[in-house]
Design a protein around this ligand. Structure first.
Ligand code: ADP
Ligand code: TRP
Length: 331
């Protein structure tokens, strides 16, 4: 099969699940990369995938609140609604229309092979149609906006490949209407270690969360696993979990200075944890203030999201017009 693809401008798009608290791993490996790309002038499309979240959240009030929380989090961490297009998935209904149209170009086998679906079912989740057809909605998210590059975690690469396969099938039938996307994973981003040294992850309970209360944050930092030696002896920074997290916040000179404190002796891990606490507070202080402000002013938050939805809607309407025309949905 030929892979002719329309020549189009590069466009980066990704969806963010509104579930769960954001931690340092999410920030340094994913959010910061997006904010840096945005500030370097890349055209970024980011949305909160609240339709996808329905597959795992059944309580309405909870989904509503976590959608607001996710919006406040990304805005306060540097997503700029002027530079980027930032919206909530359900604000642009065209995505559901495209989801249905694309279903006609999605072989069952393609979905049956999806790891995410198989893993969920193997873990005992009820086998339901929303979980099964999740990749088709994700394809609609990507193809509706002509995204060329889709930054995702490793677990989502297959879904982007499914979107590409669906686009190819559609284009074979109707001509070069849809843009073929590729997944983008930042290979050079290091894995952020958690409080026990393993990969920081919600599912391991080893996170340091960005927007938790100061008390909770202190507790999380306090729980970092360290060796125990007398105060005065020189200490190894090389394999120290506290050091490995602290270095994320430090430039080279800062890292050298902290290494020297370890090597000098006279300080215990309690001191280094205290220092890490200060680094975290300093780095995220402003974001935390803005987050609280936004969550306390839902009207303002709604306005920002409506503005983003309007920008996304414009592109979606034009694209859907072409797609409807090509399949013969004329009214
Ligand atoms: P979790 O493991 O806590 O459920 P997610 O799967 O929601 O995290 O991660 C969202 C994004 O952040 C993904 O792109 C993932 O690759 C990245 N990420 C999360 N935790 C880490 C980590 N500890 N190190 C590197 N990247 C991470
Ligand atoms: N499935 C993605 C996740 O769980 C979220 C998502 C939904 C997404 N639609 C998308 C990501 C489109 C990239 C592009 O992380």
């Amino acid at each position: 099969m030929s892979e002719k693809s329309k020549i189009s401008n590069p466009r980066t798009l990704t969806g963010l699940q509104p579930s769960g608290r954001l931690h340092l791993g999410n920030y340094f490996a994913s959010i910061k990369q997006m904010v840096d790309a945005q500030n370097a002038g890349e055209e970024l499309f980011l949305f909160i995938a609240n339709y996808h979240a329905l597959t795992s959240v059944s309580e309405g009030a909870k989904l509503k609140e976590s959608t607001y929380e996710a919006a406040a989090a990304f805005l306060s961490l540097g997503i700029d609604p002027e530079k980027s297009t930032f919206w909530v998935q359900s604000d642009v209904k065209e995505v559901l229309e495209l989801y249905w149209i694309l279903s006609g170009y999605t072989p069952m086998g393609l979905l049956e092979r999806a790891h995410a679906y198989k893993d969920k079912v193997a873990k005992g989740f009820e086998s339901k149609h929303d979980l099964f057809s999740y990749p088709v909605l994700m394809a609609a998210d990507i193809l509706l906006y002509d995204a060329t590059s889709v930054p995702v975690g490793k677990d989502q690469i297959q879904h982007v490949e499914i979107a590409r396969d669906i686009a190819l099938k559609f284009n074979n039938a109707h001509g070069e209407i849809l843009t073929l996307p590729s997944a983008r994973i930042s290979e050079n981003v290091a894995i952020v270690p958690g409080t026990d040294g393993a990969k920081m992850s919600k599912s391991y309970g080893n996170t340091i969360d960005i927007f938790s209360s100061p008390k909770e944050q202190k507790k999380q930092i306090g729980s970092i696993v360290t060796t125990s030696e007398p105060l005065e002896v020189p200490k190894q920074w090389q394999n120290c979990n506290v050091y490995n997290i602290a270095k994320l916040f430090l430039n080279e000179a800062g890292q050298k200075a902290l290494q020297a404190r370890y090597e000098r002796g006279g300080e215990g891990h309690g001191h280094f944890k205290m220092y890490l606490g200060e680094l975290v507070s300093e780095y995220f202080g402003q974001a935390r203030e803005k987050y609280a402000e936004l969550l306390a002013d839902k009207k303002k938050l709604d306005e920002i999201l409506a503005y983003g939805a309007q920008k996304a809607q414009k592109i979606a309407s034009e694209k859907m017009r072409l797609i409807r025309e090509s399949v013969g949905i004329y009214r």
